[in-house]
Design a binder for this molecule. Structure first.
Ligand code: CTP
Length: 400
């Protein structure tokens, strides 16, 4: 599965370092050539010999030791790697990378690398939540590094909270996602709506919701990666849309409705991930509304239900996937929407549950079919979830 892939596995000094041994073994068994770099602190937790035995390759620990067949280790590893994955990534390595510090073999290799880099932070909750660490993580994300959020649970320091290394199968899936190019969606046109619509009150204010657009963008990116043509109809999100998508920007629910209906006939599959305002101000003031009375009554009118309209006009070859973010009665509400809107699938999440709140990089969803079947997925990155959804939708499309 990963044959001909060259993976550098960087291990830094955290208690989760021992878990990297299993990952090294899984990657090797999947056919990858795995080269391990260990920092000095990592070697306090686990010995290089373990990785040497599991990968069948020498383990790199020192900057200035020359191995036979290698010219300059950090440059050779950086240029030969298809992927560098750091498990666990301590606050220290994140800080060094975010600020361009290169003072050992791993940090030097990371700076020299132009390949994909996946960072798997794991540390004490206090350290992870420290604004300095969070700022470094955000900076690295902006720079294009892939980061898997740590899991929440019991930590070696005796505390409970975010900071655990995520499950190894999740890391392995993310690696496969980054390295394997499949084009099982080639020939299909996918329409994705994303973000939260904005309904203006006046030139300064609007009514909106907390949708980040991350799920919709992840779906668009995953579909593109798997060969589909993507029409992305996006409300403002503050994120750059995936390269390769035909992007149509909208603000109001009514604009989204018009654009979706204009392009719907081209779509084989529609992912209606946008959070659409159900009501919009009846009048939008031309000038800033001034404060006067103690109570201000706002008149709102219903917006069109875009997905309902699509369901009414569904063509025989089309698949419609809806989303339901609920605060109560998740399954009951989602099932009602699935039936009312004539959907093929609905992806439902409870936004009150930690790990699936609005705006996060992760989600915990139930995928519900018209025949009542439910697939409950554990907490995972939206980027990974997007591929799960595509995997489930493709067979439905093939049946049509
Ligand atoms: N949706 C839509 N147009 C709307 C409202 C919702 O296309 N005016 C779509 C959303 O994109 C989502 C699905 O319908 O895929 C469910 O949206 P949601 O806001 O959860 O449900 P509503 O139908 O608006 O119902 P309610 O607000 O009562 O929960």
């Amino acid at each position: 599965m990963l044959t001909e892939k060259f993976i550098t596995l960087g291990i830094t000094g955290g208690i989760a370092a021992y878990k990297a041994a299993e990952l090294a073994s899984t990657l090797t068994q999947a056919g990858a050539e795995v080269h391990v770099i260990m920092t000095r602190a990592a070697q306090k937790f686990i010995r290089p010999i373990t990785f040497q035995a599991l990968t069948g390759q020498p383990v790199h620990t020192a900057m200035f030791t020359r191995l036979t067949g290698w010219r300059v280790a950090h440059v050779d590893l950086a240029t030969r790697s298809d992927l560098i994955v750091i498990v666990p990534a301590t606050a220290n390595i994140l800080g060094k990378l975010a600020h361009g510090i290169a003072d050992d073999l791993l940090s030097t290799t990371l700076l020299a690398a132009t390949c994909l880099v996946l960072l798997c932070p794991a540390m004490n909750t206090g350290m992870y939540q420290n604004p300095i660490v969070q700022a470094n993580i955000n900076r690295l994300k902006e720079l294009g590094y892939c980061i898997i959020e740590p899991a929440t649970g019991w930590l070696a320091c005796g505390q409970e909270g975010p900071g655990r290394l995520p499950a190894l199968d999740l890391i392995f899936n993310q690696i496969k996602d980054l390295l394997i190019k499949i084009s099982d969606w080639q020939g299909l046109t996918v329409m994705v709506t994303a973000g939260g619509t904005k309904e203006p009150l006046d030139p300064i204010r609007h009514i909106s919701n907390r949708s980040s657009g991350k799920m919709g963008y992840a779906l668009a990116r995953a579909a593109l990666k798997r060969g589909a043509q993507v029409i992305l109809i996006s409300a403002p999100t503050g994120m750059s849309p995936p390269a390769g998508a035909k992007v149509i920007w909208v603000e109001r629910a009514r604009e989204m409705y018009e654009q979706v209906l204009t392009h719907a006939s081209k779509a084989d599959v529609v992912f209606k991930a946008a959070a659409v305002a159900d009501y919009s101000p009846r009048f939008t003031a031309n000038q800033k509304i001034k404060k006067k009375d103690e109570v201000y009554l706002l008149e709102l009118e219903k917006t069109p239900d875009i997905l309902f309209e699509l369901g009414q006009r569904k063509q025989p070859h089309q698949i419609l996937v809806g989303f339901a973010a609920e605060t109560e009665n998740l399954e009951e509400n989602a099932r009602r929407k699935l039936a009312q809107k004539n959907l093929d699938l609905i992806v439902a999440n409870d936004v009150t549950q930690p790990g699936s709140e609005f705006g996060q990089d992760t989600n915990i969803v139930k995928i519900i079919y018209p025949d009542g079947k439910i697939i409950s997925l554990p907490q995972m990155e939206k980027t990974v979830l997007a591929h799960h959804i595509l995997d489930l939708v493709l067979p439905l499309r093939l049946k049509k």
